[in-house]
Design a protein around this ligand. Structure first.
Ligand SMILES: NC(=O)c1ccc[n+]([C@@H]2O[C@H](COP(=O)([O-])OP(=O)(O)OC[C@H]3O[C@@H](n4cnc5c(N)ncnc54)[C@H](OP(=O)(O)O)[C@@H]3O)[C@@H](O)[C@H]2O)c1
Length: 190
């Protein structure tokens, strides 16, 4: 059965992007530091985690901001899979090389239904802080992998905000430590 997951590269002080996110700086100013483990690592373990992330993705749900700042840099869908953009703006489908962007204006449950319908055995992967927050809050996120990057940003886009004041328990599923990052996988307890 397909799971709802997210992999977020995060600074030690909790930012998944630096300040001033824009098309020029999709991860904010200084933000590319968060993806050194993906693009500038000599570690086989980092490569294995990246490979696993691609291999298990059956569909993607992303926020409109992640789409807006990312699409030109990707030149494609972010993963080779059908991709559903949560937005308030109706738009026609956008066909790319390895997947199609569908713009969903009727909320997270609808996006999830559409993503699950196309994901097959693969996971539904979330992208964007606001998107992850809404799924967490609604109890719809099954697993979360944080790539903990040993850097302090001081400012930027936080992942864990707007979650209400209810405690949420997670269970540690896996810890992989490499010279550049700690890959921490959690199951979100329902
Ligand atoms: N570090 C990492 O691993 C990682 C991973 C992914 C993304 N990112 C970064 O995260 C940043 C973006 O995150 P973000 O939290 O600012 O934005 P986001 O989640 O990508 O997008 C938020 C936008 O999506 C639309 N939206 C979200 N939920 C909706 C809903 N239920 N119904 C209708 N529309 C909805 C709204 O746009 P409209 O109202 O304009 O339609 C909202 O302003 C970018 O810098 C991106 O590069 C980092």
């Amino acid at each position: 059965v397909s799971k709802v997951t997210a992999d977020m590269s995060m600074s030690l002080d909790g930012f998944i992007a630096g300040p001033n996110v824009s098309v020029k700086f999709p991860l904010g100013e200084g933000g590319p530091r968060l993806h050194d483990w993906l693009f500038n690592s000599d570690s086989g373990a980092d490569a294995d985690v990246a490979q696993e992330m691609f291999a298990t993705t059956g569909a993607v749900i992303l926020g409109k901001r992640t789409f807006d700042v990312g699409v030109r840099a990707w030149g494609d869908t972010p993963f080779p899979a059908p991709s559903f953009v949560l937005t308030h703006e109706s738009r026609d489908e956008l066909v790319m090389k390895s997947g199609t962007f569908t713009f969903v204006t009727d909320g997270i449950e609808s996006a999830l239904q559409q993503a699950k319908n196309t994901a097959g055995e693969g996971d539904v992967r979330l992208m964007g802080a606001e998107v992850v927050q809404q799924f967490l809050k609604a109890g719809l996120l099954d697993e979360l992998q944080i790539q903990f990057v040993p850097v302090l940003f001081g400012d930027g886009v936080r992942l864990f905000e707007h979650l209400g004041n209810e405690q949420k328990e997670l269970e540690i599923m896996r810890v992989i430590e490499t010279p550049s990052v700690i890959h921490l996988r959690f199951r979100v307890l329902k």
